[in-house]
Design a protein around this ligand. Structure first.
Ligand SMILES: [Zn+2]
Length: 487
């Protein structure tokens, strides 16, 4: 709860102490709203001040008959106050009688509120990523995670390795659709995106997946892999590749030094996501070089090799001032205490909360049953044969507390959604599936449990549709017929 120092407002407005939902169409629902007497027809900012008692992202808006007063401690708090004001302005436009006088005192539950965009499977140009950032900012999401490398494409420029551009960034088709895809960002574009996002209080988290999910790299530099198949190409089908980075192969360490140096130059975030998921170790088991690496370092098996490899990568990243993030593989033993992991495997987050707490890991919640937005939203949607239907309501049912007391979940740093893009070839497909579910997720990441209401959320969302359409060029309505077909 924010401790209000109501130097301006309490007496002035004759505040009531009730928490009142549905008075304002702000999403995520503010942490605390106290209604005054009467209404206002003006949102003009008539005063601003620094209130150093507030947290980093917190703000207070006092709505008075003459206009609004803002309080915040940081530029982030100011930005979020402005976002809420913009949403109130949209509400006022449809409320000729005015909107209630009130004090809105708001701050997030979790500092990490993220969205992962998979530009490896389908490249998205810079303008599309900016549009995504705009939508995120409007709902106070603050981490844009770019999945830059995978079996089906490599999008990070690393000039010392030109075949990343000439080979790894190109693909003939996907699942037989005969549609070629290619693209790699320039350093200038990524720096521009960083700046654009920073102005919206969004941090970009780059992801370079290791040791698996790397067939695009293997197509260009097979010498970095255990027993590479001859003639390997950038993958044109979904699914995993069994090609793993060979940790002790000649040139591998140097390669990642170059990759991390580029990342350091482009992305100010202290984090680099290293993936680490879905890496079947058959090739490590059979590789003579890996066998001698295990022997030299007293590693009894491939799981120990994975832990050792992660620690090596962590040490290397440390030289560039960065810390790793990992997709959690439900085995806490392969991560060093203090690492930050993302739980994602379906219906396993509750256990992951428990196990990661015991193992002293930081946790970010991205349970696929609520947070994988490539999954269809309606039963009639194309699910490519396997994806579980994840309705808006199912996302809204997500409870990041898992009903646990705070001392059993104080290692949870936030909430994250993912848009894997094997079947999301364009920005239209991405936004269609991201929204409105990402708005529900934003409310679960920002708002305290006491103000969650599925009914209120639906009412607000309905009111947001026109504005979202006008501002971002996409409707929030999802029907059985309005989805763009996959190709
Ligand atoms: Zn090997």
């Amino acid at each position: 709860m924010i401790k209000l120092k109501r130097t301006w407002c309490a007496v002035l407005l004759g505040l009531t102490s009730s928490i009142s939902l549905a008075q304002f169409q702000i999403i995520p629902e503010p942490a605390d709203v106290q209604l005054g007497q009467g209404k206002t027809k003006s949102l003009n900012v008539i005063g601003e001040k620094i209130n150093s008692s507030l947290n980093n992202e917190a703000y207070i808006i006092t709505l008075t008959p003459k206009g609004s007063l803002l309080e915040y401690a940081t530029p982030a708090g100011k930005k979020f106050a402005e976002v809420s004001l913009a949403q109130l302005a949209a509400q006022l436009k449809n409320s000729p009688e005015g909107i209630p006088i009130a004090v809105i005192a708001d701050q997030p539950q979790y500092p990490w509120r993220g969205m992962m965009i998979d530009v490896a499977r389908h490249y998205l140009p810079l303008a599309d990523l900016k549009l995504i950032a705009d939508t995120m900012h409007y709902y106070k999401l603050n981490k844009l995670h770019l999945h830059l490398t995978d079996n089906q494409g490599w999008r990070l420029p690393v000039p010392a390795y030109p075949k990343l551009q000439t080979i790894s960034s190109k693909r003939d088709e996907m699942e037989g659709n005969k549609i070629p895809t290619e693209g790699i960002y320039t350093k200038a574009e990524l720096k521009e995106l960083v700046k654009y996002c920073k102005a919206r209080n969004i941090e970009i988290i780059p992801e370079i997946d290791v040791p698996g999910h790397n067939q695009a790299l293997a197509a260009a530099y097979p010498e970095f892999f255990c027993d590479p198949e001859p003639g390997l190409k950038v993958r044109t089908t979904i699914g995993n590749s069994n090609n793993l980075i060979c940790p002790s192969a000649k040139g591998v360490s140097e390669f990642y030094q170059h990759v991390f140096a580029e990342i350091r130059d482009i992305f100010p975030s202290p984090f680099v996501h290293l993936g680490g998921d879905e890496a079947p170790t058959d090739k490590w088991h059979k590789c003579p070089q890996c066998a001698s690496w295990r022997k030299d370092n007293n590693l009894p098996n491939e799981a120990a090799q994975m832990a050792f490899f992660f620690d090596k990568m962590n040490t290397l990243l440390g030289k560039y001032g960065k810390k790793p993030l990992f997709w959690y593989e439900n085995d806490a033993s392969i991560y060093h205490p203090g690492y930050t992991v993302f739980t994602w495997r379906i219906n396993s987050a509750r256990k992951a909360v428990e196990h990661t707490k015991k193992a002293n890991l930081n946790l970010i919640l991205a349970p696929s049953e609520h947070c994988y937005f490539d999954f269809p939203q309606l039963p009639s949607h194309d699910k490519r044969g396997w994806m579980p239907v994840t309705t808006l309501e199912k996302t809204y049912q997500f409870d990041p507390t898992y009903g646990l007391p705070i001392d059993q979940r104080d290692h949870i740093k936030g909430v994250h959604c993912a848009l894997w893009a094997e079947y999301l070839p364009t920005i239209d497909h991405v936004l269609y599936r991201a929204y409105p579910r990402a708005i529900a997720l934003a409310e679960k990441a920002w708002s305290p449990k006491k103000v969650w209401s599925w009914e209120n959320f639906q009412t607000k969302l309905h009111e947001h549709n026109t504005f979202f359409l006008n501002r971002f060029g996409h409707s929030l309505e999802r029907t059985n017929t309005n989805e763009k077909p996959f190709k």
